[in-house]
Design a protein around this ligand. Structure first.
Ligand code: HMG
Length: 390
């Protein structure tokens, strides 16, 4: 039985800041952000978007009535959860009108969460081949104003329908993974910003990649020549390139050229959004599939997932016949082109807006946010959500 990705949805907020302008305000050379880090634009979530609404907007564009009948499990991978107890998946379950007899849960392991969800979904479909699983990866990356992590913030979500009818990418069975207890990046429950040991996190990302890649080759006997492209978790677009470069000498000149060219294409969306944590790897996959017109059916794509703390995994998928028909290239082009640029001062103001923590009521003007699904306010410590399409 084939199991894999049937549909991919994506959402990012309608505001962004230009990295050149952020660099000028922070007194660094713009090339540090655009070349050294490899980011052009950074998505800014208004107060009316949180991890729930971002995920719901990403899923709303792909989940149809037939999917709603078949989805019996919704797994929400996030590290920007809004509640220590209740799963973010339940809010999305309601906002999308999923089948009441579908389960909804949340999973966490930094940026690895959505990959964990996909692996669980594969097992679920193997046992229940007529069912589908909705996997969500949604996050807001926050390090703080004027911090060294600031240039690697972002916001967005990816939604994936996993089924036994993988119209886009069949996920292959073999994968290699690694867990090690390290403190490269973490966010204690009392903080709304991440703590990070930046240089150490980069080193660990590369170390995980090299150990996992060796384990993967040993397990499968596959080599660089067998991969059309490798997509990476992209905290910033230079990071995957640093990892890719460590293995390029294993291939021929042709392998090098192909993998470097495809890597560049796979960073297109991420370069304009920033880090979206759990969704980043799948946003990179989406960039590759939607921006490279001539990727052949049957090609094998490698995927490297890394979640600080840390868990990493390397796995692969095979592109399916006519996969392009199931992509939403025009809708995503429109999503990017309709965004509004904000100044650095406006971004700083939005960044510092917070929700009440004393139980008071607040209402937001959701007409200012073009998203279909928004956070409309708070009352009695409960977030209020609106799906404008209902
Ligand atoms: P930094 O220390 O400010 O930057 O922070 P830097 O001094 O290392 O410079 C960055 C690069 O720009 C360097 O290139 C410079 O040479 C270059 P590299 O040596 O790395 O190739 N540079 C220039 N290039 C061109 N023209 C110039 C110029 N000036 C400098 N004029 C850092 C960078 C990424 C450490 C920081 O932003 C940070 O801490 N970010 C957050 C942590 C992070 O993203 N880590 C990545 C690995 S961990 C991960 O992926 C997991 C994560 O997603 C979380 C999760 O799992 O939940 C983060």
């Amino acid at each position: 039985m084939k199991i894999g990705i049937e549909k991919i949805g994506f959402y990012t907020p309608h505001l962004y800041v230009d990295m050149n302008k952020l660099a000028v305000k922070r007194n660094v050379e713009p090339e540090k952000f655009t070349i050294g880090i490899g980011q052009e634009k950074m998505a800014i979530p208004p107060i009316t978007q949180d991890s729930v609404t971002l995920a719901a907007n990403a899923a709303f564009e792909i989940v149809d009535e037939k999917d709603k009948e078949a989805i019996d499990l919704c797994i929400f991978g996030t590290e920007s959860g809004i509640d220590h107890s209740k799963s973010a998946g339940i809010y999305v379950h309601h906002l999308l009108g999923l089948n009441p007899h579908a389960r909804a849960i949340e999973v966490k392991q930094a940026c690895y969460g959505a990959t964990a969800a996909i692996q669980m979904a594969k097992g679920h479909i193997a046992l229940n081949p007529t069912k589908k699983v909705l996997v969500l990866g949604s996050d807001i990356a926050r390090y703080g104003l004027n911090t060294s992590g600031e240039a690697t913030q972002g916001a967005g979500a990816v939604a994936l329908v996993i089924s036994a009818d993988p119209k886009i990418l069949e996920l292959e069975e073999q994968s290699a993974y690694l867990t090690s207890d390290i403190m490269d990046f973490w966010r204690p429950v009392y903080s709304d910003k991440a703590f990070v040991d930046g240089k150490y996190s980069n080193e660990q990302y590369i170390l995980f990649f090299s150990k996992i890649w060796e384990a993967y080759k040993e397990k499968t006997g596959l080599e660089l020549k067998d991969l059309e492209a490798i997509c990476f978790h992209l905290p910033y677009t230079k990071m995957g390139l640093k990892a890719l470069r460590t293995i390029l000498d294993e291939g021929t000149e042709e392998d090098k050229e192909r993998l470097l060219e495809n890597y560049k294409i796979s960073t297109t969306y991420n370069r304009n959004v920033g880090n979206i944590y759990t969704g980043s790897l799948y946003l990179s996959l989406l960039s590759l599939l939607e921006q490279k017109g001539d990727l052949k059916e049957g090609s094998r794509i490698g995927l490297f997932s890394y979640g600080s703390g840390a868990v990493g995994e390397f796995f692969t998928g095979i592109l399916q016949p006519n996969y392009r028909e199931y992509l939403r290239v025009d809708q995503h082009a429109e999503l990017f082109s309709s965004r509004t640029e904000v100044t650095v001062e406006e971004y700083e103001k939005v960044f510092q807006e917070t929700l009440p923590t004393d139980g008071s009521t607040i209402e937001f003007d959701i007409d200012k946010d073009p998203a279909k699904i928004c956070l409309s306010g708070m009352t009695d410590n409960m977030r209020q959500y609106v799906n404008k399409m209902n």
